[in-house]
Every structure is written in C-alpha cells, then in structure tokens.
Design a protein around this ligand. Structure first.
Ligand code: HMG
Length: 459
C-alpha cells in the first residue's frame, strides 16, 4: 500500500533579524553569515507566540486548505524540542486551540503523542505514522505530523547566528498526491552523545559546535550505509558498477541547522561514496590531496571524533571537495534549491529538513522540471544523537499541490527587527499584549500564567 505525504503547509513568524544587522551588532564580518553559513535572515517569534501556537496555526492552514474536518484526522503528532511542559504533550495544547475553531470534543477520537529526539524526531513521527497507514489501521483517515520549534541560543554564543523559528505540517494518507515513501528501506543510527543538549529548566542549549558538525555527518553516513544495504537486499534499487546510491536519488534533502551545513554534509557523503570509483582519482588530482586515512586502526567511521587535528584535516578536505566542478554539479542539481528557504528563515530544528523539502519542490518546479517519478533522499539528524536516512518518490498528482507554492506569500509580510527589539524579544522582556505585530485570523498567546493549573491562554 502506498503511504506518504499528501500535502504540506508552513507557518513562519513574520518578524526577522537580518544577517547584516546581526553581524554589525556582534562585530562580525557579514560575509561569515551570508556566505560562510548561508544565513540571510532569521525568523524570530513575537511575544505572543510559542511553539504550540506555531504548530496550531500550521495545522489550521492545512485543514482549511484541504477542507478537512476533525473526523478526517485519525492521528495528530507533534515533534518538537522546544516543549514547555514535562508531561502534558504539545498535541493537547494544539488540539485545544483547534477545538476553539471546530468545537469542543471535535478531536475526541484522534490519537497522538509529542515526540522528542532533537531535530530527528519529526522523521521518526513520519515513519511511525506511515506505518500506521501501511498496517491498515487508518481506516481511510489521515495523519497530521507537525514539526514545530524555536531555535534559540545564548546571546553572544556562536550558535546565536544560526537561530530561527517555524512549523511545518504534513498530511499523510494512503493515496498521497505529493510523495510516497519507499517501503522497508528506512535506516537509522544512534549513539549516546552530548554535542547539543538542553537540560531541564534551561531555555537555551549547551552546544559543542564543531563537534556537532562532525557528528552530524558521521551519523548520517552510518545511516546511509544501512540504507544502502536495505535497498540492495530489497531490490528497490539496482546499483550498477561505477554508480553509487546517491546517483539514484534525483534530489537530496538534508537537515539544515544553517543552509551551508547541507552543502557540507552532502559533500562529506558524496566524497566517501566516490572513494571506490574511478572518477575519484581525477577529483583527488584536482584538489592535490590524498584521502585522509582514519588514525584508529579499527578504521571505524567515527574514529575521527574528538581528535581535533584530524577533524580539522577532514573538514579542510571536505571544503576543498565542495569547490570541485564534480561536486558543484551534484550540489546544483540535487541540493541547492532545498537551501533557499533555510537561508531566508534560519534553523527550525525538527522542521528544518521539511522546510528544505518544501523549498526544493517549489524552486525545482519553477525551473519547469517534470518532478513526477523523481526519487528524493532524506538525511535527517538530531543531536544527542541519531540519524535517519529514507526516501520517497514524487507522485503523479504532485502538481496539484506544488503549482500553488509561493514561499514569500505563505510567510506573509515580514518585519525587520531593530537590534533593540531583537534583544527585548530574546530576553523575554515583553508580555503577549506587547507583541510587535497584531494577529489576525490566527492563534496567538493572550496570557501566560506560571505555577497554576494552566500555563497560558491561547486563542
Ligand atoms: P563558528 O565556529 O563561529 O564558525 O560557528 P566557523 O568559524 O566554523 O565559520 C563558519 C563558516 O564561515 C566556515 O565555513 C568559515 O570558513 C566561514 P566552512 O569552513 O564550514 O566552510 N567564515 C567565513 N566566510 C567568509 N568570510 C568570513 C568568514 N569567517 C568565517 N569572514 C557553528 C559555527 C555552526 C559551530 C555555530 O554557529 C554553532 O555552534 N551553531 C549551533 C550548532 C549547530 O548548528 N551545529 C550543526 C550540526 S548539529 C545539528 O545540526 C543539530 C541541531 O540542529 C540541533 C538538534 O539536532 O536539535 C543544531
């Protein structure tokens, strides 16, 4: 049975901090943000928004667009790492808001949980809900998987230039117009790590930036190795001599904590895939380097982790590789269009990968490319750490959804924050009624209560 993504909607806060303003205030070269990280603007939540608000607004949009009623929705999952309650799931806040529109008890028989594993949890939620459909449990109903986050780092930290916020919701069913997931090939890797984590009560994460970059690439590569074995054993893809698995993916969407991370991570995967191929020799000559050999005699993929010197060498190697015409071609044809939205909006943690997917659909379609039948590979990563690699194929009715995609229109009119406004919002100095923008026909936070039965009121 086919199962996959039928439609996708986004909700992005309309306030943003511009990379040029950020660089000026922090005394940085703006080129570091714009070219080094690929960050042009970062979406910032208003004083009357939180991750549940973003999620509910995205859900309302997709339900109204598809004329769905609550009885059509069998499951509503929320994946987030910006949770604000240790036991009450974010779904319940979202359903509470949706029931203000659809009526009390309207979602009574809709199941779902909040899932957490840093940025990868949305991919686990998609996988579980796809299998709920494949198992025949859905009885013709749809699942909503909403990924919603506020990526917020300490003032003055290196992570502060990779912030962002937003929600993406995906409607899943057994007759998807957009993308059907490939069965029996989804692959994972997992390891207890502390590259990025947020202890209880802390609003911002503790981050080991360069270590997290390397770990991301290693974990995704391990998941890709497992994926390769599965596509071969299930005969989903026949990899001929001289080819790699990446040749069979027309597009590749990577987790995007900042847009250049996608470029870097894909380069890392491609160069390791190419090491067995004749074309690799030519690339090596071009960049005048030998492939670094892991120091660890076990030669495991992760043996470079923690070895500063080796990590720097490996990084330099990947960087040189990104400049070769061979990689440029892969980058331009398979990845570049997925990065456009990320550079305009920033990191969305769980939602970053899916904003990238949405971005590639819109901008590839605009080029006039026929997308039907194209295979999309996904490289999902969550700190702490786990990666997931999976794939899907664009369906014949994709155009019904993609032809109306317009990122700028969907975000709405944006407002550029001054540095002082940004600081006030970052330090939570404003109450909901002091929000910078007034909400119209959307959910917003009207009140926040602490240490009472209810954390806040949302309308
Ligand atoms: P940094 O260490 O200050 O930056 O912070 P850098 O020195 O690595 O510079 C960044 C890039 O800009 C480099 O390019 C520089 O060369 C370049 P690269 O070598 O990588 O190609 N650069 C310049 N380019 C032009 N002109 C200049 C200039 N200066 C430098 N003047 C870091 C970067 C990502 C470490 C930091 O922002 C950070 O800690 N971010 C948060 C952690 C993060 O995003 N990690 C990513 C991997 S882990 C992940 O994705 C999971 C996550 O989403 C969380 C989750 O799963 O929940 C974060």
């Amino acid at each position: 049975m086919a199962a996959g993504i039928d439609d996708i909607s986004i909700y992005i806060p309309r306030l943003y901090i511009d990379a040029a303003d950020f660089a000026e205030a922090r005394g940085l070269d703006p080129v570091k943000l714009q070219k080094g990280l690929g960050v042009s603007q970062m979406a910032i939540v208003d004083a009357n928004q939180d991750p549940a608000i973003l999620a509910a607004n995205a859900c309302l949009k997709i339900m109204q667009k598809n004329k769905l009623s609550p009885e059509d929705i069998g499951r509503l999952y929320v994946s987030t790492e910006s949770s604000f309650d240790e036991s009450k799931a974010m779904n319940s806040f979202v359903i509470g808001m949706l029931e203000q529109v659809y009526g009390q008890g309207a979602f009574e028989h809709c199941g779902g949980v909040e899932t957490k594993f840093a940025c990868v949890s949305g991919s686990y939620a998609l996988y579980d809900n796809t299998n709920w459909i494949r198992a025949g449990e859905a009885e013709g109903k749809h699942a909503l998987v909403v990924v919603s986050d506020i990526a917020k780092y300490d003032m003055g930290s290196s992570g502060e230039m990779t912030q962002g916020a937003g929600a993406v919701v995906m409607l899943l069913n057994d007759n998807p117009r957009l993308l059907a997931f490939d069965p029996k090939v989804t692959s994972t890797s997992i390891k207890d790590e502390y590259d990025f984590y947020r202890p209880f009560g802390k609003e911002t994460p503790i981050v080991h930036g360069q270590y997290s970059n390397m770990l991301y690439m290693i974990q995704v590569r391990k998941a890709l190795e497992a994926y390769k074995k599965k596509v071969i054993s299930t005969k989903l893809i026949n990899i001929e001599q001289g080819e790699t698995i990446l040749d069979h993916m027309d597009y590749i969407n990577m987790h995007l904590p900042y847009s250049n991370m996608g470029k870097k991570a894909l380069a890392y995967l491609v160069r390791h895939e190419w090491r067995q191929l004749p074309r690799w020799k030519k690339v090596l000559q071009e960049i005048g380097m030998d492939e670094p050999i892991p120091k660890d005699p076990r030669g495991t993929i992760e043996s470079v982790l923690g070895d500063e010197e080796f990590m720097a060498k490996d990084h330099e190697f990947t960087k040189l590789f990104t400049k070769t015409p061979e990689y440029q071609e892969v980058y331009e044809s398979k990845l570049a269009s997925s990065l456009i939205a990320s550079s305009m909006i920033g990191n969305l943690y769980t939602a970053s990968l899916y904003l990238g997917f949405r971005s590639s659909l819109e901008f590839e379609y605009q080029k006039g490319i026929q997308l039907e039948g194209k295979r999309i590979g996904f490289g999902s990563y969550g700190s702490g750490s786990s990666a997931m690699v999976f794939s899907g194929v664009i369906q014949p009715e994709f155009e019904e959804i993609v032809k109306n995609m317009n990122l700028e229109a969907e975000i709405g009119e944006r407002r550029r924050l001054t540095w002082e406004e940004y600081e006030e919002l970052h330090e939570n100095k404003l109450s909901p009624e002091e929000s910078m923008l007034k909400s119209k026909k959307e959910f917003s936070l009207v009140d926040v209560k602490t240490e009472t039965e209810s954390r806040g009121e949302r309308r």
